[in-house]
Write a protein of this length. Sequence first.
Length: 72
Amino acid sequence: MAKPLEVDQVWLDRILEQVNGLQYGSVNITVHDGRIVQIDRTERTRYDQPPHKQASTEQKAANSDQLRAVAQ
């Protein structure tokens, strides 16, 4: 049978500290033998995409040439 999880005010404060201000991401809490042993925070940053502009044929060719130069 699993041990009951032991959570005291110190761990609650630590968890709140990690979640507070997190806009995009996740908080992972690791438990061993019914005790919290680790908190991992992964934060993501999202950027607004500028409106998609259709590239001219010349721009596409220039970009293609740059990619080929880098690959060589």
